[in-house]
Design a protein around this ligand. Structure first.
Ligand code: FAD
Length: 386
């Protein structure tokens, strides 16, 4: 009997695992059928979004690809793509209702579901996909135009996305003195507190080298409009407030987890899907959770890479006997690569801070766009060949 595997989400976790099921697992499990559900019919290489939003820096063919075209090589009785979103998951009855982009709904009974619905950026910012491909493209175009028109830009938030985006703006504009670029950090240094101080200090000095102004220890507590500009209210830790005017304010903080379709008892207190040591939803042996939607590891492609590789190795035995091996990982290890413009970078591997030249070679020069097409096509993953 046909085993229907529904993959929810075609991001960095869901897209490669769907390819793997179709290109590898179907050889040993021929009665497999994969249904991939995603609101956008394009795969978005969001790791390069910080550069894609800067006008003229990256052509679309480096970060957007049609999902139906990428999967056209598989037989139509083995694969189906649904442009839409999971609306209600009913793990007790092995079914999921999908709200399709055309307004209709479809209920699917599954043998196995793989949840890889990840997270979106707040405020409709295109650091991740923004709903449908039209919505993502519109968000990209709006930000590109805003950047083009602005003489001053304030980047809100100095996490990885904020630092990388400010680095792009610094390289293209602030260094040349054509636009003023400021970044606002809630902490005294950029990046998360789990990152080593030396890496955080380097990120700050690299940004300043590019003429990016770093404002430390302030939160953006209100944004209003006046005289064609945006006025940011900055609140310091001691409660004092100042106003900062800018042509364009670009928020980079916060994320929205895409897990609302799952029953409440599958979620943790933060709204993340619970993952057990087999990468499954506790209680359900046929519900796997991968990537940013889950609560096991840091929300990074580097972590989900290990998860998808582990799960891919389990498929043969899982579909034949239901057996899966435990997923092993080191929760304490920090692995981070941060680009600061196209020429420099910093990072952390365990307790080691790689040199800027290494980070340029590994990340900043391409932001993964040299590999993304092959990942999109299912020929490899973030970490290498299958
Ligand atoms: C600017 C930026 C740079 C980054 N750089 C790095 C880096 O250099 N290295 C690194 O390790 N990590 C990096 N990350 C983190 C990395 O992007 C994420 O860890 C990764 O994208 C998570 O992949 P995912 O597939 O789990 O989720 P997502 O990428 O969020 O994909 C989930 C997909 O599911 C879809 N979806 C949402 N809701 C539903 C639904 N109800 N039904 C069906 N589909 C749905 C979404 O539209 C999306 O297509 C970066 C993140 C950002 C924002």
């Amino acid at each position: 009997m046909t085993k229907t595997v529904v993959v929810l989400g075609a991001g960095m976790a869901g897209l490669p695992i769907s390819h793997y099921l179709l290109s590898h697992t179907t050889t040993s499990v021929p009665d497999l059928r994969v249904i991939l559900v995603n609101p956008s019919d394009e795969f978005y290489w969001n790791l390069a979004s910080v550069r894609a939003v800067v006008p003229g820096q990256l052509s679309e063919d480096k970060y957007l690809w049609s999902i139906p075209k990428l999967f056209a090589k598989y037989p139509s009785d083995k694969f189906e793509f649904l442009a839409g979103k999971a609306e209600t998951l009913s793990p007790d009855s092995n079914s999921v209702v999908v709200a399709l982009n055309d307004g209709s709904k479809r209920s699917i009974d599954y043998h196995t579901v793989i949840i890889a619905t990840g997270s979106d950026s707040k405020d409709g910012m295109p650091w991740k996909t923004v709903g449908t491909s039209q919505q993502t493209r519109a968000a990209l175009a709006k930000l590109q135009q805003g950047i083009k028109d602005a003489k001053s830009i304030v980047v809100g938030g100095a996490g990885t996305t904020g630092v990388e985006f400010a680095g792009e703006l610094g390289t293209v504009y602030a260094k040349a003195g054509t636009k003023a670029v400021t970044i606002i950090s809630a902490d005294t240094l950029p990046l998360e507190s789990r990152v080593m101080e030396s890496t955080r200090s380097t990120a700050k000095s690299e940004l300043e080298r590019l003429n990016v102004k770093f404002i430390a220890g302030a939160k953006i507590t209100n944004v209003t409009e006046a005289g064609g500009q945006q006025v940011l209210e900055l609140t310091k830790k001691d409660g004092s407030k100042t106003a900062l005017k800018t042509d364009l304010f670009v928020p980079t903080f916060g994320m929205v987890l895409n897990t609302q379709f799952a029953p409440r008892d599958m979620l943790d207190a933060q709204g993340q899907l619970q993952q057990d040591k087999y990468l499954r939803a506790p209680k359900y042996k046929n519900v796997f959770v991968l990537g940013d939607a889950g609560n096991l590891e840091a929300k990074q492609a580097a972590m989900l890479e290990n998860q998808i590789r582990h799960l891919a190795k389990q498929f043969d035995s899982y579909f034949k006997s239901g057996q899966v091996e435990e997923y092993k990982f080191d929760p304490s290890k920090v692995m981070l690569g941060i680009s600061i413009g196209s020429g420099r970078g910093t990072g952390q591997v365990g307790t080691w801070k790689p040199f800027s030249l290494i980070m340029w070679f590994m990340k900043s020069r391409h932001l993964g766009t040299d590999k993304a097409m092959d990942i999109a096509a299912g020929l490899r993953t973030f970490g290498g060949k299958w």
